[in-house]
Design a protein around this ligand. Structure first.
Ligand code: HEM
Length: 580
């Protein structure tokens, strides 16, 4: 009896089930048809472009669900998705992906990326500024307007079609101030301050000639390298009057990935709370510096004072507050962006460079040997280094370049507000957003030399950027590309027979892109390279470090937002080196 009841019920369910399947199939037919058409157009466009060599707009990556497009895979598994979407017939290429609000063009073939850097209409990061300021850095909506309406470009001369008033040219004004403040004559004093502050910070750790066990390498770098960099750029007052600033900055860094997904406050209250705290501390700093600062506080060149730090910060205040709709709240958001960008890339990059050196005894001893003639140690003056010489050390530069290749996972974003532009063999339509993923470029097996798989693109190979004339399998680029370049341009990329292996980035302008590129490239890149190389030279010369946690994974959850960090803590031991 019970069995027959079950049987009746299940056959009734089966019938219902079949009806649902039929309805679902009918409903799915337009979707399947739509997808099929999208696939045909997608393949046809690539084939046409290849066969006829025609300049055209990149095709759209087929997505099953209209309107939603590729939003879900792009947001939730961005690394896998962009790698897949930008690959066609085994080659990295350009594609349009449709997202919920609008679409994005991804340009990844190295020729297109190199062309992008050269194009004056694609030199401005203003579009990504507006996104960052709104969603990451919490700028009030009324202040963002000045950023969204500025179509005058990043150059001193405004675009002829733009009517933006000179004092509202936020794109040019901010970029110009950053270039003046972070490069050229201003960089030297900032870097000098960094050198003495980092040595002072390391001294506070009390490391002696006995091994000192420590639980977390990243914390060590945050507290010494990160703090030194903050102080050398923004001055001691910001940190002194806000003792929780550094911890809050790193707590915020953990939350940025959630803010980037545009979740509302009620879903990620901690992210909004820590951001509010940081903005309040930055405004607190403004109040303090305004009261304390006087002309007599400046150094002899007017480059630095203990309240605003570098003169760039002091001058940014006047420049930003002069722009329509700006006040302390909006300027604090802009400064949060600057502080976050300047610190949170260089700290993990420095740590990963040092980590790779200390993890490998042989590499450590080669690096020590190679920089011996550049470093000095004086009991009075402490550690010293001839920076010009250090910056040209081949193996150290190769380790640095390889570290950035492996761990920098940024999206570099551009938009042309006035005209369609040619990007290599593609067109980018006016006002459309284009992005380049450094990760896809850095993992492109069509470019990078892996010595036939011996050194996969996903692995760390310290010599990848060294060219050795005695070894035709050496160098960062695949052998076939080097030969093709040499045949067409008579380019001599190899050194002469008796030269030592030398560091090169030749031919990699569209492939090695940790700092973006062109006029909009990272204005902190020269300072970053100095900080990374100097810090590694200091650590390897003055300390022994044993890496105790040797197996760890990298955290990919912040994909697209900058440099990767390790997942979990890396335990290590450190001691002062005995006098050599
Ligand atoms: C290894 C360290 C660093 C990496 C990997 C890095 C990477 C980047 C990238 C990919 C961009 C976008 C560039 C583009 O759009 O083409 C950028 C922009 C920027 N970076 Fe860096 N960066 C680093 C260090 C620094 C440092 C040390 C500073 C400041 C001292 C800094 C300040 C900035 C600023 C202010 C921007 C925005 C540029 C603008 O508005 O014109 N960065 N960075």
């Amino acid at each position: 009896m019970a069995l027959s009841r079950v049987g009746t019920a299940s056959s009734w369910t089966g019938k219902e089930y079949r009806q649902y399947v039929v309805i679902a199939a009918i409903l799915a037919m337009p979707l399947a048809f739509n997808y099929l058409v999208a696939c045909i157009i997608y393949h046809w466009t690539y084939r046409q472009s290849k066969r006829r060599g025609m300049q055209q707009v990149p095709p759209e990556y087929p997505a099953m669900i209209p309107i939603l497009g590729s939003t879900l895979p792009f947001l939730w598994d961005s690394a896998t998705f962009v790698k897949k979407a930008t690959l066609y017939a085994g080659r990295v290429t350009a594609v349009r992906i449709s997202l919920l609000v609008n679409g994005i063009y991804l340009f990844q073939d190295p020729e297109a990326v190199a062309a992008m850097w050269k194009h004056p209409s694609l030199s401005s990061p203003i579009f990504v500024y507006t996104v960052g300021l709104r969603y990451l850095f919490g700028m009030p909506e009324k202040a963002i307007e000045s950023y969204t309406i500025d179509d005058s470009g990043p150059y001193r001369k405004p675009h002829p079609n733009s009517n933006v008033a000179p004092h509202n040219r936020v794109d040019f004004l901010t970029h110009d101030s950053l270039l003046r403040g972070l490069t050229g004559s201003a960089m030297g004093p900032t870097f000098k301050r960094y050198q003495s502050i980092v040595q002072r910070n390391l001294d506070t750790e009390g490391v002696g000639e006995e091994w000192k066990e420590m639980p977390d390498l990243f914390l060590f770098f945050r507290n010494h390298i990160g703090k030194a960099q903050l102080e050398s750029l923004f001055g001691p007052s910001l940190l002194r009057i806000n003792p929780g600033f550094v911890d809050d900055l790193w707590a915020y860094d953990e939350e940025v990935k959630h803010l980037a997904k545009r979740f509302p406050r009620f879903l990620i209250p901690n992210a909004y709370r820590v951001r509010d705290r940081l903005l309040a501390q930055i405004k607190n700093w403004y109040q303090y510096a305004r009261v304390q600062f006087g002309e007599d506080a400046m150094d002899e060149n007017g480059e630095w004072d203990p309240f605003w730090g570098s003169s760039m910060n002091r001058q940014r205040q006047a420049m930003l507050l002069n722009i329509d709709g700006q006040d302390d709240d909006s300027v604090a958001s802009t400064d949060l962006g600057l502080i976050w960008t300047s610190i949170t890339n260089v700290v993990p990059s420095t740590m990963m460079t040092a980590l790779h050196i200390f993890k490998d005894e042989h590499l450590l001893s080669r690096i020590r040997g190679s920089i011996e003639d550049t470093v000095t140690h004086d009991n009075e003056a402490g550690f010293g280094v001839a920076m010009d010489k250090l910056l040209s050390k081949d193996l150290l530069q190769s380790v640095y370049a390889e570290t950035l290749r492996l761990y920098v996972q940024s999206y570099i974003t551009r938009c042309s507000p006035h005209e369609d532009v040619a990007v290599g063999r593609w067109w980018l339509p006016r006002n459309e957003v284009s992005m380049v993923s450094s990760y896809v470029s850095h993992m492109n097996t069509g470019v990078w030399n892996t010595q036939h798989g011996k050194h996969p693109v996903t692995s760390f190979w310290p010599e990848r950027f060294l060219v050795d004339s005695r070894d035709d399998q050496s160098g960062p680029m695949r052998r076939d590309l080097v030969e093709a370049a040499a045949a067409t341009t008579m380019n001599k990329t190899r050194n002469s027979k008796d030269d030592e292996p030398h560091f090169t980035l030749q031919g990699l302008s569209g492939a090695w892109i940790p700092y973006g590129g062109g006029f909009g490239a990272c204005p902190g890149r020269l300072l970053a390279k100095r900080i990374i190389l100097y810090t590694c030279a200091l650590l390897v010369s003055e300390f022994d470090v044993k890496i105790n946690t040797r197996d760890f994974e990298m955290d990919s959850s912040g994909f697209g937002l900058g440099t990767q960090k390790p997942e979990g803590q890396i335990a290590f031991a450190i001691r002062k080196r005995k006098a050599q």
